[in-house]
Design a protein around this ligand. Structure first.
Ligand code: NCD
Length: 475
């Protein structure tokens, strides 16, 4: 295993051992930041930030400068040919011919993947809309590891805007992989998106319990707990009594409270909701029992959700998290550029991820990603991006966009095997019940409406015609 030449688009692009190897090198480099000059001499980093950034951009650029490499950068879309209608694929090809590595932040979800697909050099995702922010997760995990000496068995509460906050999505996957217990404490209306909780529940080995209890703030001024993800190795007294169990669990405190701001630049209809009831993490809250040892973490920037009076509190970690961005990004960049070798320790530590491989759906039958900020939904990009989905569930039928991971539940299906090119046999059925289980994923044809099916020459299956029933029938 070697990190040279690799892309980092999602945190799952790195194994647990590879993450630890980045930390080992970051430790070594932070002991002598000034001694790293020359490690990446002669290399050029393209730093493309099409969304505001202070920490991420400057720590990447500082990292490259301290490694002795050079940086070329763009900080506004309006200064590039993207403003003239150029696609990010064309931009990626061109920038990849000028630089040895590309770091990109973009407001479109899935943009980093497209840049990685089209450029010839490694690409690091520095945040793609509300999707993922894997290098922030490296800083967060590194801080947890430094402060707690281990990543296994930690209990972390994710707090605030879990819907649009990209940092908490990447962090949740990583914590699950290291066997942590995660408490979800969203501001009401800003719960973790379903595609994230489904991924946690199906691709990692822990258990996800949803909590449907009262939604008012509790007496400690905490958000109501929305769900809990439990590491498989932890003691579970929660088995059959989730609601009661969750409260017991809460009384025991957490290792870290990971606070996030409202991502107001991404809010949709929730903007009204989120204004009220976004409680502040302050000294009073942290005086509560159970928080004596709790670290306060935040990816920053903070707005109103984290009181300045916390800054002097030894439990506050957010400036350390930001400062650690430098050695982490120095280590990452030098590993990806092949300027340093990764020392991967093969350990016998348990793996908390499952190997799942979902069938892909790539037929163009009119299914489009519903996410308006998905890269595949953009006018400039839809000229060349072919919609691509993973079939993550068949009952009910759920497709996951391969770019932004948002989900879609199409309602109609057909099988290419059944119609065998014969117009008379081209029938579509409701995507429900036994019908779908009879179709081999390679043969499935999916439509999101009856009109889409009919436009493509399919007629309703017998049951749909006779009863209008939402149920499949035998072909
Ligand atoms: C975060 C981001 O950009 O997603 N900031 C960061 O990179 N440290 C968090 C945020 O903007 O709220």
């Amino acid at each position: 295993m070697n990190l040279a030449g690799r892309d980092l688009v999602t945190i799952d692009d790195l194994s647990n051992e590879e993450i630890e190897s980045v930390f080992t090198l970051a430790d070594e480099m932070s002991d002598s930041i000034g001694g790293q000059f020359g490690v990446c001499q002669g290399k050029v980093m393209a730093s493309l930030f099409f969304e505001p950034s202070t920490r991420t951009r400057l720590s990447f650029e500082a990292a490259m400068n301290r490694l002795g490499g050079r940086v070329i950068s763009v900080v506004e879309m309006s200064n590039t040919s993207l403003a003239k209608g150029e696609s990010i694929a064309d931009m990626a090809r061109v920038v990849g011919s000028y630089a040895d590595i590309i770091v990109i932040r973009h407001l479109w979800e899935g943009a980093a993947r497209v840049v990685a697909d089209y450029s010839d050099v490694p690409v690091i995702n520095a945040g793609d809309g509300g999707h993922e922010h894997p290098t922030q997760t490296l800083c967060d995990l590194y801080t947890l590891k430094k402060e707690r000496k281990t990543l296994e068995g930690l209990k972390i509460a994710l707090w605030g805007d879990l819907k649009y906050g990209r940092t908490v999505h990447s962090l949740a996957y990583a914590l699950a992989r290291f066997g942590a217990t995660i408490h979800f404490r969203p501001s009401p209306g800003l719960e973790m998106p379903e595609h994230v909780t489904r991924k946690l529940a199906t691709e990692y080995t822990g258990r996800l319990e949803k909590y449907d209890g009262p939604r008012a703030l509790d007496e400690k001024g905490l958000f109501p707990l929305d769900a809990i993800y439990m590491t498989p190795s932890g003691p579970h007294q929660l088995a059959n009594i989730p609601a009661v169990g969750l409260e017991i669990e809460l009384e025991k405190g957490v290792d870290a409270l990971y606070v996030t701001r409202v991502q107001k630049e991404r809010l949709g209809p929730e903007s009204r909701l989120s204004k009220k009831g976004y409680p502040v993490v302050d000294r009073k809250l942290l005086r509560e029992k159970g928080f004596e040892e709790t670290m306060v973490m935040h990816p920053l920037p903070r707005v109103d959700e984290l009181a300045y009076e916390m800054d002097a509190d030894p439990r506050s970690m957010y400036f350390k998290q930001a400062a650690r961005g430098l050695p982490i990004r120095m280590a990452l960049v030098s590993l990806i550029l092949g300027a340093r070798e990764a020392h991967i320790l093969q350990t016998k530590k348990p793996i908390f991820a499952r190997k799942v491989s979902y069938p892909a759906y790539t037929r163009d039958t009119g299914i489009r990603c519903p996410n308006r900020v998905c890269v595949s939904s953009q006018e400039t990009e839809s000229r060349y991006i072919r919609p691509e989905f993973l079939i993550v569930s068949t009952d009910p039928l759920i497709l996951r966009c391969a770019y932004c991971e948002h989900e879609i539940r199409p309602r109609y299906i057909a099988s290419s095997k059944w119609h065998q090119g014969t117009a008379e046999n081209k029938r579509y059925y409701a995507a429900k019940g036994s019908m779908i289980s009879r179709i081999n994923p390679d043969n499935i044809i999916i439509f999101d409406s009856e009109s889409a099916a009919q436009e493509q020459g399919f007629k309703p299956g017998r049951r749909l015609v006779e009863t209008g029933a939402q149920e499949g029938e035998k072909p």
